[in-house]
Design a protein around this ligand. Structure first.
Ligand code: ADE
Ligand code: ZN
Length: 342
């Protein structure tokens, strides 16, 4: 028994549930329409001739396939206003999905390497986040280091971010995982932690369980992004459970990047059953075919998730956030009152 009369009833329940999104790359929310309009505004020529041609190119066989297109796409982002427009479009979309709090990743090295000043990137994103706060969505910003680049580049990026640290809540690690283990970034993450920043890292998306161990033991992460392959190691699962760490799981991303062959084989239910604090997130929604509710609905349909499992996922999104406990409690109470009306 799932506790729902139909799939439609489950989708409506998901749509109404208050939720947080904890794994969202703002550059991955760049829809083809905006890519085209920003290309025109900034005089950037795209290799694609139309919005349809862009969408047709979004057929990936692994993470690297996607990243090659993702880094090309972000070349249209240049002015502070571009980052503001991108972030505002995402926040408007998230609000319609019942998202009350977001923790947003950005990839400064994808921009500074093209000569875009850090101030344009952080300034535009932060201005949009401040405006959204007035409309009721809270947020935190997480600066990611690109792991395919040397640690020295990450160090230089952290230096460039120092004037903006009041706007940045944490640091993360993303891009090509295999061949770039967390320990490659031990020093820069230690410095980030000493600056009072939260620590997250993509681990176990394509990389082996050992990379998840390194994220825990070397980087001392506060949260794990993806973590799928942790399930291959029972001792690792026990460690994540006993540390009470949250996993930011991204079902449609996993499907599009062939981390799973079929959503019916997605590990989300097994994660919950093992006592892992899993959450549902969209990762790069413009590339993977859906925002957070679409991710919830797709995985709920594929695994026939129950009402209790869906409520747990929504609760985990707030308890796994970096919001202070008192604010988490307000959101958890909002979930309780939504559930009580159902
Ligand atoms: N950058 C954007 N999306 C990513 C993902 N799913 N994995 C690693 N790096 C990313
Ligand atoms: Zn990601």
């Amino acid at each position: 028994m799932t506790g729902f009369a139909s799939r439609e009833a489950r989708a409506a329940f998901i749509a109404g549930l208050p939720k947080a999104e904890l794994h969202l790359h703002i550059e991955g929310s760049l829809e083809p329409e905006m890519m085209f309009s920003l290309a025109q505004r900034n005089g950037v020529s795209l290799v694609f001739e139309s919005v349809e041609a862009i969408r047709a190119a979004y057929d990936f066989s692994n993470l690297q396939d996607f990243l090659d297109i993702y880094y090309q796409g972000m070349a249209v982002l240049q002015a502070e206003q571009d980052f503001f427009d991108l972030t505002t479009a995402y926040l408007d979309r998230a609000a319609t999905d019942g998202v009350r709090h977001v923790e947003i990743f950005f990839d400064p090295q994808g921009h500074t390497a093209r000569g875009v000043p850090m101030a344009n990137v952080v300034g535009g994103i932060a201005r949009a986040l401040t405006e959204a706060e007035e409309r009721g969505i809270t947020s935190q910003l997480i600066m990611c280091f690109l792991r395919h680049l040397p640690e020295a580049d990450a160090e230089a990026t952290l230096d460039a971010a120092l004037p903006f640290l009041s706007l940045i809540h944490g640091v993360g690690l993303d891009s090509s995982e295999v061949g770039h283990p967390p320990e490659k970034f031990a020093r820069v993450f230690a410095r980030a932690r000493s600056l009072g920043l939260k620590i997250v890292a993509h681990a176990g998306e394509e990389g082996p369980p050992d990379y998840v161990w390194q994220a825990l033991d070397v980087l001392q992460v506060d949260r794990i992004d993806h973590g799928n392959r942790a399930l291959e190691d029972a001792a690792l699962v026990q460690r994540i459970v006993s540390d009470g760490l949250t996993l930011t799981v991204c079902p449609l991303s996993n499907l599009k990047l062939c981390v799973v062959d079929d959503l019916a084989q997605h590990p989300l239910r097994r994660m919950l059953a093992a006592g892992l604090r899993a959450t549902v997130n969209s990762d790069d929604p413009a590339y993977f075919g859906g925002y957070v509710n679409a991710n919830f609905v797709a995985v709920a349909d594929a695994l026939n998730l129950t009402r209790d499992e869906i409520i747990t996922l929504a609760r985990n999104s707030f308890t796994g956030s970096f919001l202070p406990p008192a604010e988490q409690a307000v959101h958890l109470a909002a979930i309780d009152s939504f559930v009580a009306t159902y």
